[in-house]
Design a binder for this molecule. Structure first.
Ligand SMILES: Nc1ncnc2c1ncn2[C@@H]1O[C@H](COP(=O)(O)OP(=O)(O)OP(=O)(O)O)[C@@H](O)[C@H]1O
Length: 417
């Protein structure tokens, strides 16, 4: 049987099918050796068992009730046959179980994701040959964090890409360095590359080097929400309520897709303005979706946008993403930086969310809004309603926060309240 399979694989190789013949033949040789050894030992065990049982029964039989020799011989043969059938059946079951186990291992071995070296490209616009050498020109740093750096790179065909070079695994536990961990990361990245939504950044390619991964995304000339808000804080840019609401609705639609349409569902785990890219029409696209979890960095560093349960107890749910969204919505409404030391010093709370809640409870929501957006009565009503939504999103208890689905309908129907 094994020889037949061996010949089949030789034919596969001759036909150019994607099997590594060396690996397979090596595996089959060891597999056949193991099966042969096992069959031999089971056969010996079988014979030994039959002999032992026979001897024990013979001894008891001869002591207690001696019988005439012809009937004794007949019973002896019957006993032998019965014992042989019994042990034959047992051996058959045992061998089938072992065989099934080997087949399962074999199927798993064949199906496992190969550890890939070099670039894995999901976009027809990027050629693997030009991508790897382009990575050497990493001079234009877009952003930097303890997790890695973002670079802007121009490919030979003139295409601009943003490459996130994740930090090497050197400080990680041995489990992160292992082949299975890298294989798991590869599988997760391939799953991320399949995400398609207008409010998500698509992963265009990834490159696995010996001790790190680099991820390739489209370059967004407008940068992130953080970049735009810095201009607002520096009075270099004005952002209307209409644009801010579009950004908020887009973020929530991205979350709704991740939380409810993906299978398995994906939690962003690191939602903040630096991870919200904006296109020319200020349509937001979420970046680094689920990356913190994939890279095992989740919950390690808390930011102003992290839900209390996430950085205190490392308990992350979809409602933790909603909390982060609540802080972003608060920022959009008030044009205040959540990292402003003012909030820590304020007697009524230690965060933008708590400050906004306090203002709302005191009936001072209007004073909390960015004065640049005030003027139109209808818009003001929408903003005051949005303050309520932001406050409920930053509730301390996850159960009190709305789901992304509920938020989409709340925000899209703001003007009908
Ligand atoms: N695709 C992109 N196009 C243009 N600029 C980008 C792109 N991706 C990231 N950036 C820039 O990089 C910045 C974010 O850098 P980075 O992700 O390293 O910081 P971070 O979000 O604080 O880190 P981390 O996500 O690891 O916590 C953004 O604010 C933006 O300016």
């Amino acid at each position: 049987m094994l020889k037949i399979v061996h010949i089949l694989f030789l034919i596969f190789e001759y036909l150019g099918l994607p099997f590594s013949m060396k690996k397979i033949s090596c595996m089959f040789n060891s597999l056949s050796g193991i099966i042969k050894m096992m069959s031999l030992s089971i056969l010996c065990l079988n014979i030994l068992c039959v002999e032992c049982f026979e001897r024990i029964l013979k001894e008891n039989y001869s002591v207690e009730s001696p019988l005439p020799s012809s009937s004794h011989e007949f019973k002896h043969i019957v006993l032998r046959i019965l014992l042989s059938i019994l042990f034959g059946v047992l051996t058959g079951i045992l061998c089938s179980l072992v065989f099934v186990w080997f087949v399962r291992c074999f199927v798993r071995y064949i199906n496992r994701t190969p550890i890939l070296k070099g670039a894995v490209v999901f976009s027809p616009k990027i050629s693997p040959k030009t991508l790897q050498p382009a990575l050497a020109n990493e001079t234009d740093v877009l952003g930097s964090s303890p997790n890695g750096k973002y670079y802007k790179i121009v490919l030979e065909n003139g295409l601009n890409i943003a490459v996130k070079r994740l930090e090497p695994f050197k400080d990680e536990s041995p489990s992160m360095k292992s082949k299975s961990a890298k294989r798991r990361i590869q599988q997760d990245l391939e799953m991320l590359s399949r995400l398609r939504h207008r409010n998500l950044m698509s992963l265009r390619a990834y490159i696995r080097e010996s001790n790190r991964f680099s991820l390739v995304f489209d370059y967004m000339p407008c940068g992130s929400l953080e970049d735009v808000m810095r201009e607002v804080w520096g009075n270099q840019r004005k952002l209307s309520w209409e644009v801010r609401l579009r950004i908020a609705v887009g973020i929530v639609k991205g979350l709704q897709y991740l939380h409810l349409s993906c299978n398995p569902r994906i939690l962003h785990c690191n939602l903040k303005p630096t991870n919200v890219m904006l296109d020319n029409d200020f349509e937001p696209r979420l970046a680094d979706c689920g990356l913190a979890k994939i890279m095992n960095k989740f919950g390690r560093v808390g930011s102003e946008y992290s839900a209390p349960e996430a950085f205190q107890n490392c308990r992350y749910t979809d409602k933790s993403d909603i909390f982060s969204f609540g802080v972003i919505l608060s920022m959009l409404l008030t044009s205040r930086d959540p990292a402003d030391p003012f909030f820590e010093e304020a007697s009524n709370g230690g965060s933008l969310g708590q400050w906004l809640r306090q203002m709302q409870q005191n009936g001072e929501s209007r004073q909390a809004l960015d004065s640049c957006m005030l003027g139109e009565e209808m818009e003001e009503d929408e903003m005051l309603m949005a303050v309520r939504i932001a406050v409920v999103c930053v509730s301390d208890l996850p159960a009190d926060r709305p789901s992304s689905d509920e938020l989409v309908s709340m925000l899209t129907q703001l003007n009908s309240f």
